[in-house]
Design a binder for this molecule. Structure first.
Ligand code: 5GP
Length: 360
């Protein structure tokens, strides 16, 4: 559907390394294969097989992380991912990534995030606003490209979320939150809890997540990817600013979610491909949409699941019989759930309202 591509959209649940282009991933893997560091044919097979369970997806992430190890690669991937989202008219992107340490190449969690920020600076196809500077305000020294100058027409706002991997310890999780706090001026708005949902305990991450909220960071949690009711309940009691997925909620948890009005990041293709949801026609999107619960359509891992935000809109529209105008409202409503402040929200409203005039 051409209009799904053309209309402005907001992406709030995109993992950096999951959004990597297949061509980039294969190229990087080939180069490592030539150096004898991996067996390329095995890698190629895993990348090109798009039919994977949730468990296999996490195996793939381990492989991806084997090729995305140094600062230059992290910078390149970030630049490409932002350019890809901007090319399909995403006007606001919250990009999340897990800060990684790699002593072999002198990478710390901090230098990893700096490499991500450099990727935002390197974007050349579109104007990027990635920190608290605005088009009308004074220039922020962190903006090296044409971001914030108001010179280019097409523009994307990008904000960062730092992910805590469920394999991490409490100390490592707190380290990530501290880093997020120190990097707020570079557009880090909050933290995410992600990683293999069958690994780790809620109590391990709770101190870090509490600390994040106390310090004014926004928190989003991967919640209900597996039927762990105790954890789901505790996550909802925590009152995060948003949750992702919400696939395995029981009746009680469902009620709790609805009364709490916590916005849900919905990832249709990801849920079906990983068998978290058996098919689209039973996806909880429909119930949440009909009951006017706050929801936002997202890609999760556009590279890994061969999708795009336009595709997700198109799938939702055709599966649930939602017309162009309603889909536009769905996209616009997401402004209320972004982690950036009121200034950005106002600018986004303006962008959507201008686009609404051209809708028919
Ligand atoms: P990165 O944080 O390395 O930029 O992006 C990939 C990482 O995001 C994965 O290793 C995993 O921790 C997390 N991730 C990506 N997709 C999913 C998902 O569908 N569910 C969960 N729980 N975590 C995910």
């Amino acid at each position: 559907m051409e209009w799904c591509f053309a209309m402005p959209k907001i992406e709030l649940h995109a993992h950096l390394n999951g959004s990597i282009r297949d061509s980039t991933l294969l190229g990087l893997a080939k180069a490592l294969g030539e150096k004898g560091k991996i067996v390329f044919s095995e890698f190629e097979h895993v990348i090109l097989n798009h039919d994977r369970s949730l468990r296999e997806v996490f195996k793939l992430f381990d492989l991806i992380h084997m090729v995305t190890t140094d600062h230059e690669i992290v910078t390149r991937i970030t630049k490409e991912v932002v350019e890809d989202f901007a090319a399909e008219n995403v006007v606001y992107l919250e990009l999340r990534t897990t800060p990684k340490r790699n002593d072999l190449v002198g990478m710390s969690k901090r230098s990893y995030v700096e490499a991500v920020v450099n990727g935002l600076r390197d974007v050349s196809t579109v104007e990027v606003n990635f920190s608290s500077c605005t088009t009308g305000g004074s220039l922020n020294p962190v903006c090296r490209n044409n971001a914030c100058t108001g010179t280019a027409k097409k523009k994307i706002y990008v904000r960062l979320l730092l992910s805590i991997d469920r394999r991490e310890t409490t100390e490592a999780a707190i380290e990530t939150v501290k880093l997020a706090l120190e990097m707020r001026h570079l557009g880090v708005m909050g933290v995410d809890l992600s990683g293999n949902p069958i690994i780790g305990e809620w109590v391990t991450f709770l101190p870090a997540l509490k600390f994040a909220q106390e310090q004014g960071l926004s928190v989003t949690l991967h919640c209900g990817e597996v039927p762990n009711m105790e954890e789901i309940r505790r996550m909802l009691e925590f009152l995060p600013q948003r949750i992702g997925h919400a696939c395995f909620l029981g009746e009680e948890e469902w009620k709790k979610l609805k009364s709490s009005k916590i916005p849900v990041e919905i990832c249709l293709t990801s849920n079906v491909q990983t068998n978290t949801i058996s098919s689209l026609d039973v996806h909880h999107f429909e119930d949440l949409y009909k009951s006017k619960h706050p929801i936002v359509l997202c890609t999760d891992d556009a590279g890994v699941f061969s999708t795009s935000l336009s595709k997700e809109y198109s799938i939702a529209s055709s599966t649930f019989g939602i017309g162009k105008k309603e889909m536009f409202h769905l996209a616009r409503n997401a402004i209320d759930f972004i982690f950036a402040g009121d200034g950005v929200k106002e600018e986004l409203k303006h962008i959507f309202d201008s686009a609404a005039l051209k809708l028919d």
